[in-house]
Design a protein around this ligand. Structure first.
Ligand SMILES: Nc1ncnc2c1ncn2[C@@H]1O[C@H](COP(=O)(O)OP(=O)(O)O)[C@@H](O)[C@H]1O
Ligand SMILES: O=c1ccn([C@@H]2O[C@H](COP(=O)(O)OP(=O)(O)O)[C@@H](O)[C@H]2O)c(=O)[nH]1
Length: 236
């Protein structure tokens, strides 16, 4: 039995690159989709928010000196591309997915309408929330917290490049050690940067726990969903 009935899974856009310099690595996206399929088959309702770093950083050079809001809209469009790629890969793997966008581009994807999203989830479809929150100056982490709260997810799962929350940034400090669990207050006091501050505050206010785990580790998502010891749990 899965430990959660409904989850909001945040996938790092940058991780989609796999070993490539930018863009979407085919083997990587197929592997991610198969891991999601496993938890859907367990009976878990899955909503996904995906980042855009893999595409956006590829064009970021051109955004130097650009108006911040304009660059952010480009970033949101990058998440739409990733969402479409993810949904299409799910279709190829025999799953049913629906993409809903926070900015209206109706010829491409349907707009985000909360009751419709809830209906899809109840029907066992995977819902992919594209275009982040639809607002510049935010991130897809915040979109994950926001949509997670809106759909009544029991937990936000952040699948990222590190396998949990560490005492310091593990990419900079080799001595850093991983927490099995940590409270929101302690993570804020210690200024641990693994989710941005807005997303963090929203989850804390809504008492929505977060699990941070590795997107690269095979089977990690399933272990998290089964409530096994994996990654770091951030709790109230
Ligand atoms: N205390 C910490 N514990 C874990 N990771 C940290 C910490 N501080 C900074 N990081 C960095 O945060 C990064 C993950 O966050 P983020 O940039 O939001 O990734 P993404 O949105 O692509 O999943 C990691 O690559 C890691 O280097
Ligand atoms: O609500 C949002 C979500 C995303 N973005 C933009 O889209 C980019 C891509 O998202 P993110 O950096 O969160 O992706 P990831 O790091 O997961 O690849 C961000 O840098 C922002 O520029 C935004 O402006 N508002």
């Amino acid at each position: 039995m899965p430990a959660y009935k409904r989850i909001l899974l945040k996938l790092s856009g940058e991780a989609l690159m796999g070993d490539d310099a930018y863009g979407i690595n085919r083997a990587t996206i197929v592997r991610m989709v198969r891991e999601i399929q496993e938890v859907v088959q367990l009976g878990c309702e899955v909503a996904v928010v995906i980042g855009g770093g893999n595409i956006f950083r590829g064009v970021a050079g051109g955004s130097v000196g650009m108006d911040r809001a304009t660059a952010d809209y480009m970033g949101m469009l990058a998440t739409v591309m990733n969402s479409l790629a993810l949904a299409d890969t799910m279709r190829q793997e025999g799953m049913t997915a629906r993409v809903m966008s926070a900015i209206s581009i109706e010829q491409v994807v349907e707009p985000y309408v909360r009751p419709k999203a809830l209906q899809y989830l109840e029907e066992g479809k995977v819902v992919i929330f594209a275009a982040g929150t639809g607002n510049p100056f935010f991130t897809t982490d915040t979109a994950a917290a926001l949509r997670g709260a809106e759909i009544g997810a029991q937990i936000v799962l952040k699948a990222t490049k590190v396998d949990g929350v560490y005492t310091a940034d593990p990419k900079k400090d080799p001595e850093a050690t991983r927490y099995t669990q940590i409270s929101f207050d302690e993570a804020i006091t210690k200024n641990l940067q693994v989710l941005d501050a807005t997303a963090f505050a929203l989850c804390r206010d809504q008492k929505l726990p977060i699990k941070v785990f590795s997107i690269f580790k095979a089977g990690a998502l399933k272990r998290v969903v089964m409530g096994e010891d994996e990654g770091t749990l951030v709790h109230v």
